[in-house]
Ligand binder design. Structure first.
Ligand code: ZN
Length: 341
């Protein structure tokens, strides 16, 4: 199956996070038909990571995720581009990696594996389970795919997900002095969040904060007894300074609940590739047992997660060549590398 057909076949199978079973079965069947040994690693009753290899000790693995953000958007195309959900994030990447792996096989290179995870778009649930797979110990390099415009990402920011909750006292809104507004408390806290200068990092760049959700109150004529906000902070530092900054600005006015976090990561730099730092996070912080991480994939991150998601066909083709080149360079290292992480 050619690159564009495989991309569209994968895109035609809806796989919003939590619903990856069918696309996992499809990948298993496709890879088995090509002669790969394929394991489905259970993540839940209806979700499996796909782990495929040609020998028992592959040193280099290609990986990305099978899930997408909602909603499903069926693939369409013109001469230049493939449009639709997963075109760049990340089904085009899966297709490019499989085609690259098959080209390597034709040259007799079988020291490669393929790892496809579930739920990267939520909290990397699949990656966390994959990290305990016995194959991880034998892997030296993990080339993860996310849309980097085919540049080699040498750093990616982390993500800190938290809620701030406030509690007040309900009262008839005609008698506000009888109550205590949780929403007004939360607004005061959020004003301080907006004016807080979180620590930055010279390599990873600026720490940014998205005040992403707001919730609270019960009715127009009731002083709101509770409120909460959801924050996602793009981490460029360890987690603790950010947590401490939030706690000291919240003081006794509310309660900080940390939902999850992943740290910023430095990845391997390889000569001959364009390099940059990306602002998003990936499965990589949760795949620490899988050797040295690298990050490269076709497509612009700015269209991922939008209704206009697309990938240039030329970028998909270039990605195949880049993956082939990268795998060969890594296999030529004989297990020694000039890691900078
Ligand atoms: Zn992605």
């Amino acid at each position: 199956m050619d690159l564009f057909t495989l991309t569209k076949s994968l895109m035609n199978i809806p796989s919003v996070s939590g619903e990856e079973e069918a696309v996992g079965f499809y990948l298993r069947d496709h890879l088995e038909s090509l002669g790969w040994t394929v394991e489905l690693q259970a993540v839940s009753d209806t979700q499996n990571n796909v782990i495929a290899y040609l020998n028992d000790t592959p040193r280099v693995w290609l990986s990305t995720h099978m899930d997408t953000v909602p909603p499903f958007i069926a693939p369409t195309e013109d001469d230049e581009k493939i449009y639709g959900r997963g075109s760049c994030d990340a089904k085009g990447i899966i297709a490019a990696q499989i085609i690259a792996a098959e080209l390597l096989r034709k040259e007799g290179i079988e020291d490669i594996g393929l790892l496809y995870t579930v739920e990267e778009e939520r909290a990397s649930t699949g990656a966390k389970i994959a990290n305990d797979h016995p194959m991880a110990a034998k892997c030296e390099y993990l080339i993860n795919g996310e849309p980097t415009d085919n540049d080699l990402a040498i750093g990616s920011k982390g993500a800190f997900r938290a809620k701030i909750k406030t509690t007040g006292k309900a009262a008839h809104s005609a008698y506000p002095e009888q109550g205590d507004s949780a929403i007004e408390k939360l607004l005061d806290i959020l004003e301080d969040v907006r004016h807080t200068k979180f620590p930055n990092d010279d390599f990873f760049g600026e720490t940014t904060c998205n005040i992403a959700t707001l919730d609270g109150g019960v009715a127009l004529n009731v002083i709101p007894p509770q409120a909460e906000t959801g924050l996602l902070i793009r981490l460029t530092t360890p987690m603790e300074p950010i947590r401490d900054a939030l706690q000291s600005l919240i003081r006794e006015r509310g309660e900080l609940e940390i939902l999850s976090y992943s740290l910023p990561v430095k990845m391997l730099a390889v000569d001959g590739f364009e390099q940059k730092v990306v602002r998003f996070t990936t499965d990589i912080p949760h795949l620490g047992n899988w050797g040295q991480p690298l990050l490269l994939g076709p497509g612009p991150i700015l269209v991922a997660h939008t209704k206009d998601e697309f990938v240039l066909k030329k970028d998909l083709e270039d990605a195949v060549a880049l993956y082939v080149d990268l795998v060969k360079k890594l296999l030529a290292t004989n297990g020694t590398n000039n890691t900078n992480s």
